[in-house]
Design a protein around this ligand. Structure first.
Ligand code: TXA
Ligand code: MG
Length: 348
C-alpha cells in the first residue's frame, strides 16, 4: 500500500529521504508553500523522472531549492551587472521564504532543470523539514508542486499520496503547509522586477523591497493581473524562449468540477442543493444549510487562513456529489492577489 510511503519527519526519515534522493529516486517533500516532488537537481535522469511522474511537458522548467543564498551562487550568475547584484541582494532578504527568483543560470545547472532556458528559478524554502533535508543533501533539490500536471497543488502528505503515491519512493510528512499557496515568482530586470506568479510574498512586499514591480496585464480585462507562469504550465511546444509569455493560458490547475465565483453563480441555473459552497468566513447556519456541501475557510475571514486551507477545500469539494463549486471572492491586495489568481485559473 502506498500509504506506507508516508513517513513522519524525523532525523531517521529525513536521512532516508536524502539517501533516496542521492540514489536518483523521487521523494514527496513538505515546504512552507505546497508539497514538492523532489529529485537531485544535478542528476538529469532523476530530474527526467519528475517530468514523467507529473505528466509535465519537458519545456516547463523546474525551481531548484537550496539551503541558503550563498549555496545558490554556484547555480546563478548574479555578480554583474551591478543592478543585478543589487536586486539579487534585495530578493535574498526574503529568504528563507516563499519567493522564487528567475536569474541567469550558470553552466553547472543541468539542462533538464531549465528546459534549455538561459535562466534558472531558485528559492530557499523555510520549512524546517525541507531545510534539514537540504542540509543532509550534497546537491540542490529540483521540485515542482507534487501534483499531476494541471491538478490542484498538494498542501499535505495525503494529497501527494492521492496524486503521485505510486510514483515516489517516499513521502516525507511535515504536516499541513503553512502558506498553502505556491511561492511568488519574480524575474529580476534592470528596470525593476517582473511578477511571473503571485504567491506567498505579496506585491506590496515586493514594492517595498524593489521600488517597482511590473505586473502582467491580462488581455481584454481591466486591471486584473494574471500569472505569466502556471502552477503547471499548459501543453506547449518548442523551447521556453520561443514562448512569448510562458504559461499565459488561463486554465492551469483546476478541479475536475466547474468552479464559479459567487458573483457569477445563479441559483436558477444550479440549485444550491447541487452546489459545493466554499466561503471565506462562516455563513449563518440557515443559509449554509441550503447547500449540498459547505465549508468555511476561516472563522474571521482572515485571508492567510483562507490561503492555507483553499486547496484542501477545493479538493474536498471536488470529491463531493455536487455538480458545481461556488466560492467567495476577495480584494486583490496582499495575499488576496494570489488567492484570486488561483480562483481565476480554476474557474477559467
Ligand atoms: O512554492 C513553490 O514554488 C513550489 C514548492 C514545491 O517550492 N513549487 C512550484 O513549482 O510551484 P512548479 O513547478 O509547480 O511551478 C514553478 C513555475 C512553473 O510554472 C515554471 O514554468 C516556472 O516556475 N519556472 C521555472 N523555471 C523558470 C524559468 N527559468 N523562467 C520562467 N519560469 C520558470
Ligand atoms: Mg505546480
Amino acid at each position: 500500500m502506498s500509504s506506507s510511503k508516508i513517513k513522519a519527519a524525523s532525523n531517521a526519515s529525513i536521512a532516508e529521504a536524502a539517501r533516496l534522493l542521492a540514489d536518483g529516486q523521487l521523494v514527496g517533500v513538505p515546504t512552507e508553500t505546497v508539497y514538492g516532488l523532489a529529485a537531485d537537481a544535478t542528476n538529469p535522469v532523476a530530474v527526467h523522472k519528475i517530468f514523467q511522474a507529473k505528466g509535465r511537458p519537458a519545456n516547463n522548467p523546474l525551481i531548484i531549492h537550496v539551503d541558503s543564498p550563498e549555496s545558490a551562487r554556484r547555480w546563478v550568475h548574479v555578480d554583474h551587472p551591478r543592478w543585478l547584484a543589487d536586486q539579487w541582494q534585495r530578493a535574498a532578504a526574503f529568504w528563507p521564504g516563499p519567493l522564487t527568483v528567475v536569474v541567469p543560470r550558470s553552466a553547472d545547472v543541468v539542462d533538464e532543470v531549465t528546459a534549455g532556458a538561459p535562466t534558472v528559478a531558485v528559492r530557499v524554502p523555510s520549512h524546517p523539514v525541507m531545510r534539514s533535508l537540504l542540509a543532509a543533501c550534497e546537491f540542490p533539490i529540483a521540485a515542482p508542486s507534487a501534483n499531476p500536471s494541471n491538478y490542484v497543488s498538494p498542501t499535505c502528505a495525503e494529497h501527494v499520496r492521492q496524486g503521485l503515491g505510486d510514483k515516489v519512493a517516499m513521502i516525507l510528512d511535515g504536516g499541513e503547509c503553512e502558506c498553502g499557496l505556491e511561492s511568488t515568482i519574480i524575474r529580476l530586470q534592470r528596470d525593476g522586477v517582473e511578477l511571473l506568479r503571485p504567491g506567498g510574498i505579496s506585491v506590496e512586499q515586493l514594492q517595498d523591497a524593489f521600488g517597482s514591480v511590473k505586473l502582467a496585464q491580462r488581455a481584454g480585462k481591466d486591471d486584473t493581473v494574471e500569472s505569466k507562469v502556471g502552477n503547471d504550465a499548459p501543453e506547449r511546444s518548442g523551447p521556453l524562449e520561443a514562448m512569448p509569455a510562458p504559461g499565459m493560458l488561463a486554465k492551469h490547475y483546476s478541479p475536475a468540477k466547474p468552479l464559479r465565483v459567487v458573483a457569477a453563480w445563479q441559483a436558477e441555473e444550479v440549485d444550491p442543493s447541487r452546489v459545493a459552497r466554499i466561503v471565506f468566513a462562516p455563513l449563518p447556519d440557515c443559509e449554509a444549510a441550503r447547500f449540498g456541501w459547505y465549508r468555511s475557510l476561516s472563522r474571521t475571514g482572515d485571508l492567510n487562513e483562507v490561503a492555507q486551507h483553499l486547496f484542501t477545500a477545493i479538493r474536498q469539494a471536488d470529491a463531493t456529489e455536487c455538480s458545481l463549486i461556488v466560492i467567495d471572492q476577495c480584494d486583490r491586495s496582499g495575499i488576496g492577489r494570489a488567492i484570486m489568481d488561483h480562483i481565476d485559473r480554476a474557474s477559467a
